[in-house]
Design a protein around this ligand. Structure first.
Ligand code: PMP
Length: 387
C-alpha cells in the first residue's frame, strides 16, 4: 500500500522538525543557541490566560459555531475596522486553528485542480505545500536582496499565465522581514485586479513592525481589491499564543460560506476556551503587544549592528517580524551545508533558506533572549572567519 499521490507531493515542515531537533539536543545537555525558532520567546500575557482559564472553570467546554463564537467574530470585525480600515461583517470571518489553517481553508475553497498560485520567494515554507494539498500548482517567483526581497508589479505580471488564480502576499514577511509600502502593495494589487486574480494577504506579523513603519491591508486600498482579497491574520505572533492555535480569515462575501463549509467538515470550531482567550486579546489592553515589539526591535538593532561588520554575508535591515535573512552566497556553501556546519561546529541553529525557496540564504530568528543572541553572534562570527 502507498500513501496518496497528493500526500507524496508534500514535504514535511523543515522549520518544525529542526525546532524539535534543537529542543531535543538541548534536553540532552548540548549547549545549543537556537536562532531557528519561529515563535515568540515570551509567555502569553496573563490577562489572556486568565480569560481562557475562567471560561474553562465556568464550563465553557462544548462545541461552538464552527466559524467561531459570535463575540469573537465581532471583536475581529471591530479590530479590522479600527486597525486596518476594513469593513467586514462578522459572517465573513472564520476563526481557524491558526493562520496556517486559515490559509489552507482559503486555498481549498478557491482552487481548481491545476490552478496556479504565484508565490514570491523567499516565502513562508508552508505556502507551496498547502497549494499542493489543494491540488494547485505553486509558481515561485524569486525576488532580489537589492529590491528588499519584494516582488515588483512587472515580475508579477510576467509570471502570470491563463491558469493563474491567486497571488500570496505576506507583509511583514517571513523570512525576509520586508514590509511593502502602500504604493508597492497598491501597484501589485492593481495588476491582480486587472486580471481578476485572487490575493491571499497573510498579515500575521502586522503588529511586529519597527521604526514607525506602517502596515497596509491590501483589501482596504481600493474597492476593486476587496472582492478579490482574503485577509488572514491571527494571534500567534502578536500575542505570543503559538500553542493556542488561533487565527482567522476575513473573506469576500462570495467565498465566506465556502470557507466555513470546509472548516465545518474538517476541524469544526477552534477549542472553545481558547476562543475566549482570543476575545480577551482583542478586547483587552494592547500595551503587551507594544512591549514585545519594542524588545524585538532592540534585538534587531543589536543583530544588524553586529552582523553588519561580518565578512562574506549580506542582508537587508528587517522592518518587521523577528527574522533576519542572511545572504551567504559568498561563502560558496549551500544553505543546508551552512546550517549543518554551523550547528555541528558552533552549536548554533539557523534555518537553511532552501526551505524558503532561496538556497543562497539562511534565516536567523531573534525571538530569543539577548544573552543567546550575543552568544549566537559570537559563534557565527567565529564560524565565518574560519570559512
Ligand atoms: N504565516 C506566516 C508567514 C507564518 O510565519 C506563520 C507561522 N510560522 C503562520 C502564517 C502561521 O501562524 P499560526 O501559528 O497562526 O498558524
Amino acid at each position: 500500500m502507498e500513501p496518496s499521490s497528493r500526500a507524496k507531493r508534500i514535504t514535511p515542515s523543515l522549520t518544525l522538525s529542526l525546532g524539535s531537533k534543537a529542543k531535543s539536543l538541548r534536553a540532552k545537555g548540548v549547549d545549543i543557541v537556537n536562532l531557528g525558532s519561529g515563535e515568540p520567546d515570551f509567555d502569553t500575557p496573563e490577562f489572556i490566560k486568565a480569560a481562557a482559564m475562567g471560561s474553562l472553570d465556568a464550563g465553557f467546554t462544548k462545541y461552538t459555531p464552527s466559524s467561531g463564537i459570535p463575540e469573537l467574530r465581532e471583536a475581529i470585525a471591530d479590530k479590522l475596522e479600527a486597525d486596518n480600515g476594513l469593513s467586514y461583517d462578522p459572517s465573513q470571518i472564520t476563526v481557524s486553528c491558526g493562520a496556517k489553517h486559515a490559509c489552507l481553508n482559503v486555498l481549498l475553497a478557491t482552487l481548481e485542480t491545476g490552478d496556479e498560485v504565484i508565490i514570491p520567494a523567499p516565502y513562508w515554507l508552508s505556502y507551496p505545500e498547502m497549494v499542493k494539498i489543494a491540488d494547485g500548482e505553486p509558481v515561485i517567483v524569486p525576488t532580489r536582496l537589492e529590491n528588499g526581497y519584494k516582488i515588483t508589479p512587472e515580475e508579477f505580471a510576467e509570471a502570470m499565465t491563463p491558469k493563474t488564480r491567486m497571488i500570496i502576499l505576506n507583509s511583514p514577511g517571513n523570512p525576509t522581514g520586508s514590509v511593502y509600502t502602500r504604493e508597492e502593495m497598491e501597484a501589485l494589487a492593481r495588476v491582480a485586479a486587472e486580471e481578476d486574480i485572487l490575493i491571499l494577504s497573510d498579515e500575521i506579523y502586522e503588529k511586529i513592525l519597527f521604526d514607525g513603519e506602517k502596515h497596509w491591508s491590501v483589501a482596504s486600498l481600493d474597492a476593486s481589491f476587496y472582492p478579490l482579497t482574503f485577509t488572514v491574520n491571527g494571534f500567534s505572533k502578536a500575542y505570543a499564543m503559538t500553542g493556542w492555535r488561533l487565527g482567522y480569515v476575513a473573506s469576500p462575501p462570495w467565498a465566506a460560506a465556502a470557507v466555513e463549509a470546509i472548516q465545518s467538515h474538517s476541524t469544526s470550531n477552534v477549542t472553545s476556551f481558547a476562543q475566549k482567550g482570543a476575545l480577551a486579546a482583542y478586547r483587552g489592553p494592547q500595551d503587551c503587544v507594544e512591549a514585545m515589539t519594542q524588545e524585538y526591535q532592540r534585538r534587531r538593532d543589536y543583530l544588524v549592528a553586529q552582523i553588519g561588520s561580518l565578512p562574506k554575508v549580506n542582508f537587508i535591515r528587517p522592518q518587521g517580524t523577528f527574522y533576519l535573512l542572511l545572504e551567504i552566497g559568498d561563502t560558496k556553501l549551500s544553505s543546508t551545508q551552512f546550517a549543518e556546519r554551523l550547528l555541528e561546529e558552533e552549536k548554533v541553529m539557523v534555518i537553511p533558506g532552501v526551505a524558503f525557496g532561496d538556497d543562497r540564504t539562511v534565516r536567523l530568528s531573534y525571538a530569543t533572549d539577548m544573552d543567546s543572541l550575543q552568544r549566537g553572534v559570537e559563534r557565527l562570527a567565529g564560524f565565518l572567519k574560519r570559512l
